[in-house]
Design a protein around this ligand. Structure first.
Ligand code: ZN
Length: 467
């Protein structure tokens, strides 16, 4: 504990200028917004011309017929245009919010007045903070609403993926908002309470709170939250179920439930994943994946997923996320009582002198934007490494398990990936820098080449005819 205190004291010392120097943090954050937006636009400019290519890369030419390739290029081009527009749209609102020095003080004031309506005065700081948090969430929901509607009912609709009805969309939006209030409200209150209660020694307590919250979410998500949006039903017995259960058994994967999820209710994009506690895991397969692929291909996809489990990739990501939270919280004390930070966002002197935790934390988060963008890129690099590792795991299964049934699993995985790409009309030509920033998975070409290397099995020649 003493060592932790020493480290924290050093960090605060190094960052002491935050409390004293009259830096215009608001203009700085505005500048960051522009830099991130320009950077993302630059990446789109690199990627965009690739949608005009008339043929797939040679390695894929045999799997993508002209029609599918043209459709995927069209879809990619439309998505890129939409991204460019969304970037610009968000930038306009961010600029409006940051350019005025009254937006955040107004929102804070508004929350206080709302609370006064029900008879609570400014001494109820945590309540006011929760109302403030919900107000900002509500504003950002309203701003994003047109983008979401366009994406679902125009973009996805045009390319044949949308299965969401307007009624379902409205229900989803309302449920999402209510869930935000029901979970976000108490969580935020607890978060702020720890600041008040623990004073400057908040770090270990907040880490514990955040970790507990993550664990509780892992437990309640499948039981209470997911059923609000989707129906999970046990995967019916048959070839697929038998195959998955056998594979899980051979790998000693603690499979508790095997579900099929009605992803087709909203979209025809497909997927499969697992989750749960170390001793009790659940596998979920999208009904769309089952419909689009053969049982032995779905099995290969799950062999890849179980590779993630075998190498403990989710746990590693969780450790990275704890480290991330630790770093953010460790540097926060310097910003916690920074009057210049509060002043630059237009807050009055009494608030600048003694800022509520939620305000300093929110502004601090905004200052961190560029660092978060870089971190996202690093996490994508790690994630891509994990994807290769899981692919290799699947390819090595026949030797690992000394099991003839698993022969050709690498080739099947390759076929499944191609099929997923074809069905989802995923982009095939990808700029490396664009991909490094945006993608958590290697491109299809990269993965197929790697699969041939790991498995030593060239892709099935018949694959083309089957697709
Ligand atoms: Zn994966």
């Amino acid at each position: 504990m003493d060592q932790l205190d020493a480290v924290l004291a050093t960090i605060e010392q190094r960052l002491s200028f935050v409390k004293t120097d009259p830096i215009d943090w608001r203009q700085l954050v505005l500048g960051f917004s522009w830099v991130v937006c320009l950077w993302e636009s630059y990446l789109l400019l690199r990627q965009y011309p690739l949608y005009s290519k008339r043929e797939p890369p040679p390695a894929l030419a045999k799997y993508f017929n002209a029609d599918v390739f043209a459709k995927s290029q069209d879809y990619g081009r439309d998505k890129a245009k939409f991204s460019a527009f969304s970037n610009f749209y968000r930038l306009v609102f961010e600029t409006l919010q940051l350019q005025s020095s009254t937006f955040y003080p107004w929102a804070w004031d508004m929350s206080g007045r709302t609370l006064a309506l029900v008879g609570y005065g400014p001494e109820y700081k945590i309540s006011q903070s929760v109302v403030f948090g919900l107000l900002l969430m509500f504003i950002s929901m309203i701003i994003s609403l047109p983008l979401g509607i366009y994406q679902t009912f125009v973009l996805e609709e045009k390319h044949g993926f949308n299965k969401t009805t307007p009624g379902l969309y409205v229900a989803d939006t309302i449920k999402g908002a209510l869930l935000g209030v029901a979970l976000g409200g108490p969580f935020l209150a607890a978060f702020l309470y720890v600041f008040d209660w623990a004073g400057d020694r908040f770090l270990p307590y907040l880490m514990t709170l955040l970790f507990t919250f993550q664990m509780v979410m892992v437990i309640i998500f499948p039981t209470f939250i997911q059923p609000l949006f989707n129906k999970l039903s046990p995967l019916p017995s048959g070839e697929l179920r038998t195959r998955i259960e056998a594979l899980a058994g051979k790998l000693r994967f603690p499979l508790k439930h095997l579900y099929e999820i009605d992803g087709s209710k909203r979209s025809s994009h497909s997927n499969a994943y697992f989750y749960g506690l170390p001793w009790s895991k659940h596998i979920v397969v999208f009904d769309t994946l089952i419909k689009q692929s053969k049982p032995d291909e779905v099995e290969a996809v799950l062999a890849h997923e179980l590779g993630h489990w075998y190498y403990q990739h989710p746990t590693q990501f969780m450790l990275v996320s704890q480290l991330h939270i630790f770093t953010i919280l460790a540097a926060f004390p310097a910003f916690r009582h920074s009057a210049p930070l509060m002043r630059s966002f237009g807050f009055s002197e009494p608030i600048a002198a003694n800022p509520p935790a939620i305000l300093s934390f929110l502004l601090y988060q905004m200052v961190l934007t560029p660092a978060e963008a870089i971190l996202g890129m690093l996490l994508n690099a790690v994630s891509r490494r994990f994807e290769y590792q899981a692919d290799r795991f699947a390819c090595e299964l026949p030797t690992r398990l000394k099991d003839d049934d698993m022969r050709g699993v690498g080739a099947r995985l390759g076929r499944a990936l191609i099929r997923l790409h074809v069905e989802n009309l995923s982009t095939i030509w990808v700029d490396w820098l664009y991909s490094a920033y945006h993608h958590s998975h290697p491109t299809l070409t990269e993965r197929l080449r790697a699969l041939e290397r790991y498995g030593g099995e060239p892709l099935d020649k018949a694959a083309k005819d089957e697709l």
